[in-house]
Design a binder for this molecule. Structure first.
Ligand code: AHG
Ligand code: MN
Ligand code: MN
Ligand code: MN
Length: 330
């Protein structure tokens, strides 16, 4: 018998909002608008190769990366979905060097959105899963229209975080501090439907580690020893090169994802505010951990908008072990 108890993302968000009697609905609307942006981005991602959204633009972003057409498209979709709604005081994006102010002609609100519009850009043209990552904070600045200090908040203060993975299906996974919940887009009704309620990392975890071993020659001794030990213990390795996809697999199966520091990237490659911190919130809410190799990602006090951080994330026991090995490299 088909289960007709469909719980849509919209209904789930409203039910989560009921936990905050003083809620104004702004937070709910931010998530609604993000879900809309995800559907629009997913529609283009699924047509990549048919319509002209693959390939590069002639721009280089603040990270020195060539901006892919879909990076730019996804960034615009999120911007245009969010900038006029009166729920945000400002935004930050991987693809914008500075804080994104809300245009004067639009009202502002009490929340801050930071996002990676398209994660895994190197995989777009070869039809490998990519994603979008978002982090939501409350406004803390005194001024009417938001400021850098609203973005430079420690991860533990996030009110919500999530990601969309554009894979064999389009899934949206989010937490607002009451567990992690996954929704799969049903294109036939255009709704994200609850498919993975209360996601928790499996225990014992699957014996999988995820790291780009091409950089092993530039790792520290401890990092090398940790991976060697996992191999000895018969772990398997999976690395897609899309953080969202590598994280999503780790969340559902267990194991550990690592983007370690190395001689060429002493702070690793991944960005704290819109990659590591939102996924760390989800990892912790799912019973796991996310560490810099030294301290919890959620306790790192940001000093710059695009600062990078080493990242060790997944099953608690494995992240604990990684920290012990990494201590040798300090
Ligand atoms: P983005 O496409 O948003 O710039 O992020 C790419 C990141 C992340 O998705 C992935 O984990 C990592 O780049 C892969 O880096 P390497 O190619 O150095 O392994
Ligand atoms: Mn990029
Ligand atoms: Mn990314
Ligand atoms: Mn990106």
């Amino acid at each position: 018998m088909l289960d007709t108890h469909i719980v849509t993302l919209s209904r789930h968000i409203v039910e989560q909002e009921r936990r905050f009697p003083e809620a104004t609905g702004q937070f709910t609307n931010v998530l609604f608008d993000l879900a809309l942006a995800a559907k629009v981005i997913g529609r283009e991602v699924n047509k990549a190769g048919i319509v002209d959204v693959i390939g590069r633009t002639d721009q280089v972003n603040v990270h020195g990366e060539t901006v892919q057409k879909l990076d730019e498209y996804a960034d615009l979709v999120v911007l245009n979905a969010m900038d006029h709604t009166g729920n945000l005081c400002c935004m930050a994006s991987e693809e914008h060097e500075d804080v994104i102010a809300i245009p004067e002609r639009f009202p502002t609100g009490e929340y801050v959105l930071m996002y990676d519009p398209l994660d895994g850009s190197s995989n777009i043209d070869v039809n490998v899963s990519i994603g979008t990552i978002f982090s939501i904070h409350r406004k803390v600045s005194k001024g009417p229209r938001g400021a850098l200090e609203d973005c430079l908040q420690v991860g533990r203060r996030q009110v919500a975080a999530g990601y969309v993975v554009y894979g064999s299906s389009t899934m949206l996974v989010y937490t607002s501090g009451a567990g992690v919940h996954g929704f799969t887009l049903d294109p036939s009704i255009g709704e994200f439907v609850l498919s993975h309620p209360d996601v928790t990392l499996p225990d014992p975890p699957n014996r999988v580690y995820s790291v780009n071993e091409a950089y092993a020659p530039r790792w520290g001794e401890g990092q090398r020893a940790f991976v060697a030990e996992l191999k000895e213990e018969g772990y398997t390795q999976r690395y897609i090169g899309s953080l969202v996809s590598d994280f999503h697999r780790t969340l559902l199966r267990g194991g550990i994802f690592m983007y370690p520091p190395d001689l060429r990237q002493p702070q690793g490659k991944l960005r704290l505010l819109y990659e590591a911190a939102p996924l760390a919130f989800i990892a912790e809410q799912a019973g796991g951990r996310a560490s810099t190799g030294e301290i919890d990602i959620m306790d790192v006090v940001p000093t710059e908008l695009h600062q990078r951080t080493p990242l060790f994330m997944g099953s608690k026991g494995m992240v604990d072990r990684a920290e012990e090995f990494l201590a040798r490299d300090r």
